[in-house]
Every structure is written in structure tokens, then in C-alpha cells.
Design a protein around this ligand. Structure first.
Ligand SMILES: [Zn+2]
Length: 46
């Protein structure tokens, strides 16, 4: 899976995950997760 914040490939077992509109997103770091959680609508595209 891809970290949509920074574009890095991240394993599905990443400890940094967020759910948004029924989809799960994974992140490489707490920082990327934090950026997503602040403005998920900026990043999530369906
Ligand atoms: Zn990242």
C-alpha cells in the first residue's frame, strides 16, 4: 500500500493507519498520519 502523503510504499501491517470514509490508509510515520488526519479531504480521492 502507498502512503499517500509522501508516496512511500508502506506494508499493510504499518502501525500508522487511519480510516476515512470507509477506506483504510497507511502511513510510514506518525507525522504522515498526523498530516492526513488534519485534512483527510485534501488527500483522499475516491
Ligand atoms: Zn510518509
Amino acid at each position: 500500500m502507498k502512503d499517500i502523503i509522501c508516496g512511500m510504499e508502506v506494508g499493510e501491517n504499518s502501525e500508522f493507519k487511519s480510516s476515512y470514509k470507509g477506506k483504510t490508509y497507511v502511513f510510514c510515520s506518525a507525522n504522515c498520519k498526523h498530516n492526513f488526519d488534519k485534512k483527510p479531504e485534501n488527500y483522499a480521492r475516491s
